[in-house]
Write a new protein. Sequence first.
Length: 302
Amino acid sequence: MERTEIDVMRHIPLADFLARLGHEPVRRSGNELWYRAPYRNERTPSFRVNVAKQLWYDFGLGKGGDIFTLAGEFIRSNDFMEQVKFIAETVNMPMPVPEGSKPTFLPKPSEPAFEGVEAVPLLRSPLTDYLAERGIPYVVASRYCCRLNYGVRGKRYFTVGFPNVTGGYEIRSRFFKGCIPPKSVSLVKANDIPADECLVFEGFMDFLSAVTLGVTGNADCLVLNSVANVEKAAGLLDGYGRIGCFLDRDEAGRRTLAALTMRYGERVTDRSSLYDGCKDLNEYLQLTTKKQKNNHLKIEEQ
């Protein structure tokens, strides 16, 4: 049987497709290639390609799939023929004929099966040492985070866990960044009574940084856990009179600020001038902490 162009596309190695788009793996482990997510900014590689199965999985977003869904992430479209067109243009293939070309079977994402997930108090450990290196003191970390113990394919792991509103967790360690589904936003209430102001952060490291710096005051705090969750945040923000945004100073952060401003108008304030010159609030905290330590050393030497 002659292979259709769609079949040919489905068998394009994901690593070759990503290389065409200018993305190379950071490391390889057996059949797995690890990348920094190619369609969003991140420091810790959380995007995995399984070479044998030709499937990808983004631990940061909690989603994955085949080459077509990957193309969909780049162009932000679920339209199958738009995905096909993008792949064809990327690899210099002729555009397939639309009729009868949509595959009848799409493979399920190669998702990790999290086993025996257990949330326990965050005690002093290498995890809190890691947070301290990011400028987050134990007294702050232990108040808002837990330790998550879990298994994947028979191996046990432990990470810092930060709960979201749907029962999932953002998880971090020195070596890993991802989430235990379902992926969603996190809302931290300042008091039992409704607050007039809500502060918006891209990730929970920035939220913990804001608490450490003492800039949260009596405001509630909403952590997007991914700029892709901005629509999920909208309903939760409707009741606030003021919305202060501590978003990353990059293109994704600017797009998110624009989306919130379009919905809420003058209620939205850009608070990122606090960390002008830094990518995000956590980077600013780390620089501030380092300067304070250096000043203390100078005083002690005098």
